[in-house]
Design a protein around this ligand. Sequence first.
Ligand code: ZN
Length: 408
Amino acid sequence: MNFKVNTSCISCNSNNLTDLLHLGMLPIADALLKAPEEKEFCAPCTLAYCSTCHLLQIKEIVPPKLLFCNNYPYYSSVITALKKHFTESAETIISERQLNKDNFVLEIASNDGIMLETFKNHGIKVLGIDPAEGPANIAIEKGIETIVDFFGIQTAEYIAQKYGKADVILGNNVLAHTPYLNDFLTGIKKVLSQKGIAVIEVPYAREMLEKKEFDTIFHQHISYFSVTSVKYAIESNGLFLNAVKPISIHGGSLRLFISLENNPDPSVSKMLEEENVAGINTVEYLSKFETRIKDLKTELNNLLSAIKGDNKTIAGYGAAGKANTLLTFFSIGSNYLLAIGDKNKVKQGMFFTGNKLPVISPEELIDKNPDYILILAWNFSQEIIAELKEKGFKGKFIIPIPKPQVIS
Ligand SMILES: [Zn+2]
């Protein structure tokens, strides 16, 4: 497998990386198989900490083209909670910034155009950029102009020249995905207008650490940002972090407000101080993470094994990237689960990475009549529970994180 191991920090370039969690060999997430015997790509996955700029990061870098371009099955519009989140977020930006038809909104990793749609409906000029052809083509069919490419300095310069500078740049769940962090941030600097704003959402490392959300760690997610580490990265590329807002999406995220001018509101220093008090940027705190995750593995395996011992059956739900990490690292497959359900039709009929379990529709899963459903896409568990109950599922649910919990 063609991957590279970073020995220096992707943000500050120092060599002060300390390994925190070894996930072992992990199949590439979201690369579902057409047949169980199909060969799959695996690479080691190690979470490390940079003691110079405090960035948590994966050391093994798989080429982004392998991860995001072909058959990328992640369509934002499929997830109702995401659709609502993006629509509300877009409406807020439009009213707060008083955007109109003279403004230009650029979205990086625009996926199927779910968020840009709202701006377009208000008559605002929009442009998307996304390397995944499938979702990008759906956006284009909806009339949302989309460049099929990765974002960085080169594409930023091209966009600035052809379309002008952007009043608003959006980037949801993408900054953490790039192995070229500085190229990406300098790209934002090059295409953002002087008074413009970049609104960037990233999963929050503090939530991951405190709530043991280790399953968000996989090759697509290279950086795990705290306010401390993201501020360092932003400022070292000539930008300023002027506000930060915690939001609940993806198990806890940060919405970052970035500009070319330095004008911070109190939210930035407040969150920096909270991180200092909690000690989340210290080796002392971080070095306990691996043990906490291994304890969780024992707890979940004990629960599943007790259920099986009672002659009850269990199925999984949510064939997401995080399920790949959780099931692989916890050694959960056909030893416990009948199959994995997912409502995304692109995934149905495929086989899951690592454990080769069949991925089936929610209806087929309910037909198998499992006593328990282990919710792997736990960040959408409310939505999943409601949907499966509505479809007639009468059994119990297991939520694995932060502590295995059974819900009737
Ligand atoms: Zn660093």
